[in-house]
Design a protein around this ligand. Structure first.
Ligand SMILES: NC(=O)c1ccc[n+]([C@@H]2O[C@H](COP(=O)([O-])OP(=O)(O)OC[C@H]3O[C@@H](n4cnc5c(N)ncnc54)[C@H](O)[C@@H]3O)[C@@H](O)[C@H]2O)c1
Length: 242
């Protein structure tokens, strides 16, 4: 049975921050483009993934650099859809206070920097902001304390911005992916025992793929979600309810 929803974003301008590694951000960017949107992407690397070269306008942008983010937003009068995907994590290293701060700066403050810089453009378009949180917003993670704290912050920030910007008719929502096969999870997936334990613990019996996140992102960006703001939607094959 194939009953996937079809969305129409013809004429919409979308920007996906952190879409350079052919992961979740790139999947969302491709789906928005396939649905008719004009899509730009960013990443911290000099270039985007080779498979996306030429497909999107690409800008190298470090989300910890306030001036660079503000410069990037300058001159953009309207933006319909902003997706905040940039994030880092490093198992073990996050117990060091300096690295802990850096993870928060990228994942949490970086999301806020981009949201704040594009607020006027989103307001002009009555746009939609989608933040990518994580299942680890809710679970403790002994080897990734900064990542979990940052993602809890992203979920909370989503609620606050949803309230603050509702009068501007901007909707703000989040998605909380579970275990997804991307570059970010590549190191953890080198451990076959860990990989198998995730499959065993997940009711749906598998890791997610970046494409599994796309439907929810398009839905939240669409008018089908016209009365949804401040929500955080888990996409984890049931992991968080088992
Ligand atoms: N992969 C998973 O299992 C998983 C699970 C839950 C949530 N997520 C979240 O989904 C989002 C996308 O993750 P992914 O797995 O596709 O990761 P990824 O590693 O493939 O992509 C991360 C992106 O963040 C960008 N980035 C990193 N540091 C940056 C910086 N300082 N400035 C600007 N951009 C920076 C990278 O350039 C890249 O485009 C992230 O927010 C991540 O936390 C991923």
């Amino acid at each position: 049975m194939n009953r996937a929803a079809a969305f129409d974003f013809a004429g919409a301008d979308a920007l996906v921050i952190g879409a350079s590694r052919a992961g979740i951000g790139a999947s969302i960017a491709r789906a928005l483009q396939d649905a008719g949107a004009r899509v730009e992407i960013t990443g911290v690397e000099a270039d985007c993934a080779p498979e996306d070269a030429g497909r999107f306008a690409y800008t190298q942008l470090d989300v910890t650099d306030t001036d660079a983010v503000q410069d990037f937003a300058k001159g953009r009068n309207t933006l319909d859809i902003l997706v905040n995907c940039a994030a880092i994590t490093q198992r073990g290293a996050e117990m060091a206070p300096e690295f802990f701060s850096h993870v928060l700066d990228v994942n949490l403050t970086g999301s806020f920097r981009c949201a704040a810089a594009f607020h006027p453009a989103l307001k002009a378009a009555e746009g939609r902001l989608i933040n990518i949180a994580s299942m680890y917003a809710r679970f403790g993670s002994p080897r990734n304390p900064a990542y979990g704290a940052s993602k809890a912050g992203v979920e909370q920030l989503t609620k606050s911005l949803a309230i603050a910007w509702a009068p501007d008719r901007i909707r703000v929502n989040a998605i909380a992916p579970g275990f997804i096969v991307t570059e970010q999870s590549a190191r953890a997936r080198q451990d076959p025992q860990f990989t198998a334990s995730i499959e065993a613990r997940t009711p749906m019996g598998r890791w997610g793929l970046p494409g599994d996140i796309v439907g929810a992102a398009l839905f939240l960006a669409s008018d089908s979600a016209a009365f949804i703001t401040g929500a955080c939607l888990p996409i984890d094959g049931g992991y968080s309810v088992a």
